[in-house]
Design a protein around this ligand. Structure first.
Ligand SMILES: Nc1ncnc2c1ncn2[C@@H]1O[C@H](COP(=O)(O)OP(=O)(O)OP(=O)(O)O)[C@@H](O)[C@H]1O
Length: 238
């Protein structure tokens, strides 16, 4: 996955906000990247452009060999459904459906057959094999987020996008979700792009990229939470 000189401007005239300003970055297959930066620095905009949820004003977004820019809404919807998995802070599960039906929803929406073996494998990977008939509301927050990770994985996506996936969780459940994201990269070869405010969460990634005012402001490889926190504190420095 690659962003090439991506800019995003919201609004126009004197109300224009340049949320991203010429961001070029590559996220290699099988790696875990965290995006950090102050509030309003463009983290969610970057994730949304990478995931085809939002369109850059200029620049190119490439998912493998597929260019997202210039695609119709229908094409983007299809591409997101088939090739990108999403995990949000608020889980976004459907309360009326069982765990298994939530997880397989992306397949059913795409009109694809549900492979029971694959479902069982994905549920086992997230540690919820015995919960497939439960309703999300009867599970803990951490378990619900692991259902969301299973749903993101069921299509075998090229990219998993996670926006503050631990934002609503206590530290123990958060750690389990981060451990899971780490394992889907290490053991399944998935590619994860995660926005977070939390240096401890970011320290699970291979690379942490920093944003400030819509621009890249450096990156750290395999950093400790302390180094990340220190870097964040000095982001505004020249
Ligand atoms: N739909 C929108 N319309 C207008 N402005 C927007 C929109 N989305 C984001 N912005 C603006 O773009 C800038 C970047 O926002 P973004 O949400 O990407 O930042 P962020 O780093 O994710 O912030 P936070 O950490 O607070 O979630 C901000 O100034 C924000 O107000």
């Amino acid at each position: 996955m690659r962003l090439d000189a991506v800019s995003k401007v919201y609004g126009s005239g004197k109300h224009a906000v340049r949320a991203l300003d010429g961001v070029t970055a590559g996220f290699a297959r099988g790696t875990f990247t965290a995006v950090m930066g102050p509030s309003g620095s463009g983290k969610s905009t970057l994730l949304n452009c990478a995931a085809g949820l939002d369109r850059p004003t200029s620049g190119r977004v490439l998912l493998g060999d597929t260019e997202l820019s210039g695609r119709s809404e229908t094409e983007l919807t299809q591409l997101r459904r088939d090739r990108i998995g999403f995990v949000f802070q608020a889980y976004n599960l459907l309360g009326a459906l069982s765990v298994a039906d939530n997880v397989t929803l992306p397949l059913r929406l795409a009109g694809k057959p549900v492979d029971r073996g694959r479902l069982a494998g994905v549920l086992a990977a997230v540690g919820l094999a015995e919960h497939h008939d439960r309703r999300p509301g009867s599970l803990s927050g951490g378990q619900q987020q692991r259902v969301a990770v299973a749903r993101a994985l069921i299509t075998g996506p090229d990219l998993v996008c996670a926006d503050e996936p631990t934002g609503a969780l206590d530290s123990r459940s958060g750690r389990q979700v981060l451990d899971l994201l780490r394992r889907i990269v290490d053991e399944l070869g998935q590619t994860v792009l995660m926005v977070t405010h939390d240096p401890v969460a970011a320290a699970w990634a291979d690379t942490v990229v920093f944003l400030a005012d819509g621009r890249l402001a450096g990156e750290l490889h395999r950093p400790s939470a302390e180094r990340i926190a220190q870097r964040l504190t000095h982001l505004g420095d020249a």
